[in-house]
Design a protein around this ligand. Structure first.
Ligand SMILES: NC(=O)c1ccc[n+]([C@@H]2O[C@H](COP(=O)([O-])OP(=O)(O)OC[C@H]3O[C@@H](n4cnc5c(N)ncnc54)[C@H](O)[C@@H]3O)[C@@H](O)[C@H]2O)c1
Length: 366
């Protein structure tokens, strides 16, 4: 199969979907890999590295999309990429279709096979750890007075208490945020709806100034917080919020919110997605950091994790074609979003009130 790796064009997005070791492995299995020129530059992979691994280099987005049957990417498609999509393509990338109806319209209209990479990770997305760690790191910077923060040090010194962070959601991303915050010495209160998640975090960090409480206690903790980090996996159909706009007045005026989950008007009512080019905005005086591609800040590390996680999926699709690959790998099938104009992703169907065909039904029929 001809596998194409375009260059990511989202601002400040330096990740690449496959690196030379994965390219070499696919080429050794008899597949061709076409990489857009410069795609790996920010991930420490040059065109020459890809050539040495057996890839061809394409000089433009047009030529890489033209050459590929399977398009493997990191981020969703931006509008300027829509014209490059063709019915013959299978695309594997982080689509986030429930939050992106315009892109979904286009995928359905073109009639290609679309697979959401974010739903295919059996053992958690490699991006989650990086998003939690780097997002928390940016939050720590926002606590510094020179960046508009409350001016508390992240470590305890001279009898002054360290800065306090609230971490909402103690899953993969939240646990990663704890690693940064507690590693630096901050006081952290973790909030989660799940008693199991609270218990696990407490067992890991009981000796480090960590406390876990039910999510309902959030309003009572807000006045003490220098930083609030949201890592809740939010049901996109919900219209309520955990941290509503009127709760911002409970916060210290120089406190900050880092919304790593980044669901627009989701768990944090005042969240709207931002980019690394312009990451912070204010609502009612409270600074919000809501970058939706946080791991893009560490492209060398993030590409290594993503490419390694994607290789078995790419190899399976290349070997058997998308439909048979989904029949053989239930985790790949979970990401199946669109097939020849039929929507198969239940979450997007429910959020956007669209008709859909369950994946198993479709796989049995084709
Ligand atoms: N901004 C980025 O670059 C970026 C990168 C990776 C992941 N994310 C996002 O981070 C979010 C979290 O991902 P994850 O892998 O940690 O998910 P996860 O499923 O591992 O953890 C989510 C946690 O949220 C908790 N939770 C769910 N509903 C809750 C509620 N109502 N109140 C309190 N807690 C609740 C769950 O109990 C769980 O512990 C996702 O939305 C993901 O898309 C963002």
């Amino acid at each position: 199969m001809r596998i194409a790796v375009p260059r990511e064009i989202k601002p400040q997005e330096g990740r690449v979907a496959l690196l030379p070791p994965q390219v070499a492995s696919l080429c050794a299995s008899g597949h061709s890999v076409i990489v857009e020129t410069g795609a790996g530059l920010n991930a420490e992979a040059s065109d020459q590295d890809f050539l040495d691994a057996g890839a061809e280099i394409a000089g433009s987005a047009d030529s890489v999309f033209d050459a590929g049957e399977l398009i493997v990417k990191v981020k969703e498609f931006l509008p300027q990429e829509y014209r490059l999509l063709r019915r013959e393509h299978t695309v594997l990338t982080n689509l986030h279709s429930a939050a992106n109806p315009e892109q979904l319209d286009r995928l359905l209209e073109v009639g290609l096979v679309a697979i959401a990479a974010e739903d295919t990770h059996q053992f958690g997305s490699p991006n989650c750890a990086l998003a939690g760690e780097v997002g928390a790191f940016e939050g720590v910077r926002m606590v510094l007075a020179c960046h508009g923060g409350t001016g508390r040090h992240f470590m305890r010194h001279f009898g002054a208490a360290p800065a306090t962070a609230l971490v909402m959601g103690l899953g993969s991303v939240g646990r990663a945020a704890l690693r940064t915050l507690l590693g630096l010495g901050m006081r952290v209160i973790g909030l989660d709806i799940s008693a199991g998640a609270r218990k696990e975090a407490t067992l890991n960090w009981h000796d480090r100034g960590f406390q876990a409480d039910p999510i309902e206690t959030l309003p009572g903790h807000l006045p003490d917080a220098d930083l609030v980090i949201n890592c809740v996996l939010w049901d996109k159909r919900r219209t309520d919020h955990l941290l509503s706009r009127d709760m911002l007045r409970l916060m210290k005026p120089r406190a900050a919110i880092v919304d790593i989950s980044c669901d627009p008007a989701g768990a944090v009512e005042t969240c709207k997605a931002t980019s690394w080019q312009d990451p912070i905005y204010q609502v009612d005086g409270i600074r919000h950091f809501c970058v939706d591609n946080i791991p893009g800040a560490v492209p060398v590390t993030a590409s290594a994790g993503y490419a390694e996680a994607l290789l078995p999926k790419v190899a399976l699709i290349a070997e058997y074609g998308a439909m048979e690959a989904c029949r053989r790998d239930t985790w790949l099938a979970r990401g199946l979003t669109a097939v020849a104009g039929t929507l198969t992703l239940e979450e997007a169907a429910r959020v956007q009130n669209r008709a859909y065909t369950p994946v198993n039904q479709l796989l049995a029929a084709v």
